[in-house]
Structure formats: structure tokens, C-alpha cells
Design a protein around this ligand. Sequence first.
Ligand SMILES: NC(=O)c1ccc[n+]([C@@H]2O[C@H](COP(=O)([O-])OP(=O)(O)OC[C@H]3O[C@@H](n4cnc5c(N)ncnc54)[C@H](O)[C@@H]3O)[C@@H](O)[C@H]2O)c1
Length: 364
Amino acid sequence: MNGNQDGNAHARAGRRGPVGFAVVGAGLVGPRHAEFATKVEGAALRAVCDLREDRGRALADKLGAEWAPDYREVVKREDVQVVNVCLPTALHLEVATAAAEAGKHVMVEKPLDLNVARARQLIDVCRRNGVKLGTIFNRRFVYGTRRTREVVQNGELGKLLVADMRFKAWRPQSYYTESGWRGTWSKEGGAALINQGIHGVDLITWIAGPIKSVAGHARHLRHDIEADDTTMAVAEFENGALGVIECTTSVTPRQGDWLEFHGANGSVLLENYKISSWQLEGVEQGEPHPEESLLPGADKGVDVGHFLQVQDMADAVAEGRDPVVTGEDALHSLAVVQAIYESERRGGNQVEIAEIMATAGMSA
Ligand SMILES: NC(=O)c1ccc[n+]([C@@H]2O[C@H](COP(=O)([O-])OP(=O)(O)OC[C@H]3O[C@@H](n4cnc5c(N)ncnc54)[C@H](O)[C@@H]3O)[C@@H](O)[C@H]2O)c1
């Protein structure tokens, strides 16, 4: 289990009442947030907001909550303490701002927004209003990625040489066209890399440390979209390691997600976030606590991360602390994604992460 989830039963037992959640956006991912808000200890789902009545009302009715089409009403509800933003990416800042200004804590789906400048604004508005901000990076909560991070960070893997990510999947043209926002620069800030690939970028940098520069290509080879469906980039980490970032929604059939780490003492490979090869003499791979396989979402692999993040936000509110994954934690992977897009614009030339951060007035 994640360190912050340990021993929380005691704290939950002492609460006055459940933390009220409202989920804004009932498309692909919102229903996961809503369902888990009904299941985590010390939380209650109060409202589901979606412009589309067929989605929003159906989900609210199923889970015993109220539906509203206008997020401005939802963020004002007195029985709501946390607003989960599960909307097209370009709307994250607007809705998080309304929630924060109404004094609500905010959980925002990845990516925080279209780029680091807007993500910074989102973080700042939450700070100014004294509310908590959590970002969903659900794959950090799976045993394989957590255990790999431990052996990289505690030095057992030895001097890190290579950290790679490959995401090779298929999305039909309808996935882009019917959404009205995916695959566009103005509403998504990119396509495959900023939507799917950012999970892997987050993981290799969470595990191996920050990236210093990237060089690569981000193109659309198969879909009729503005942004990328196929990206290949080389990354140079601040600690000197090198890595390859591959992300595509163009290949059939789906090939899966890989993460690979090679250090001076051995190698750890993960397939679909599970350790598939542990070549590290003298260090036990270990295994997840048996209770983890019983958690909601565990049967669907990484969905358990959504459950644990909703639980963590309820605990964070009750305990007056930050959530495990904050808004700041989401900036680096977004900067790497932006740098790869910038590299494509510059014909594949190297782009420093520090340059991208500077566009938002930040250092790397
Ligand atoms: N962590 C993950 O595994 C994961 C998975 C999928 C999506 N996401 C992220 O979640 C976000 C949403 O993605 P999705 O695939 O669920 O999108 P989606 O298009 O399937 O759903 C978005 C929903 O928002 C509704 N909506 C749009 N504008 C609205 C408004 N102004 N007010 C109320 N409702 C509105 C739409 O009707 C739609 O139902 C994106 O940022 C995406 O990157 C994360």
C-alpha cells in the first residue's frame, strides 16, 4: 500500500461526516471517479455534472447522487467539499478556478491543462484560495511501479543507465472525431502523447528522476487529426541516464505498455505496469499486499489507482494535508510532452525542459 494510505483507518474513524464529492464530466473517465466516491471510506458522492443529460443524469441516478448540467451550480453546493474535474483538457483551468474560488478542493485529471503556463495558473488559483489540488496519475499506485521506484531511488539498481517507456495502442478515428476535442491543439494540447503517453512520461520521471532535454518526432501517421498519433523521442535525464519515449495510438492490434529500467546492478522490466522481468541479484522483487487485489478497480489493473487517489483525497481533506500527487507533481511530465512537440516543430532538434518551464516563468 502507499505510505499515506497506511494507518488511515484511525483518522477516518474520528471524522464528523463524509467528505462530499462532485464529479464534473461523465464521459470516459468521470464514471470511475463517481463510482469510487461512493466506495471509499469517509466519502460521499453528492453530484454529477455533465452538459449531456443522457450521461450525467444516468450516472447520478445509478449512484444515488444529483445531476446538474451547469458546473457553476455544482461548485456552490454546501454539501460538496471536493470537485473532480473529468472534462476535456482545455476546460480544466476554468472549472478548477470556479471550484477553488468557491472554496472547494480540486482533483483534476491528467494532464492538468493544455500546457505548463495554464497548469501553473491552475496551481496558483488553488494556492490563493487555500484549497488542496490533486492530480490523477493512477499508474503510480500499482505495486510494480512503486516497487521499481524503490529500487531505483534507494540505489539497489545501481547507477541508472537507461529508462524507457513504450505505449503502443490503437484508437479508431471515431475516438478522435466523435469527441469534438481529442487530437486538437486548442482543446487537447496535442493528442496521443499528451493524453496516453503522459502516463509513461510521468512514471519514468517519477521513478528515474527529471528529464533534462528531449529530441524527437511527434506526427500523425494514420488518423485525420491535427496533432500526434505516433511519437518517438530520445530523452536525456538530469542524472545522465538516457531513454526512449515511444507513444502511438496507430498500431493494430494493441501491443501494450512497457517500462524498462537498466542500472549498473541489473534490469527491471514492466509490462502493463506489472513487473515482467526482475533481473536484480540479491534484491527480492516482493509482491503486493494480498488486500490490494481486493480493492475496487484492482480487477481492471490501473483503475485501482483511481480508487486509491479518491480515498487519498478524502483522507487529505479530513487530515488537513496535501494529497499524495499534487498539482506541482504534474508539471514536469507536461513540460516534457510540450518539449517533444516543440522538438517536432524544430525538425527534431533538442529542446531543454528548462526552456519550456521558462515560458511559464518557472525554473526546471
Ligand atoms: N487517468 C486516466 O486514466 C484517464 C483516462 C481517460 C481520460 N483521462 C483524462 O480525463 C479528462 C476527460 O477525458 P474523457 O476521456 O473522460 O473525456 P470525454 O469526452 O469522454 O468526457 C468528457 C465529458 O465532459 C462533458 N462536458 C464537456 N464540456 C462540459 C461542460 N462545460 N460542463 C459539463 N460537462 C461537460 C462531455 O459531455 C463529456 O461527457 C481528459 O483530461 C483526459 O485526458 C484520464
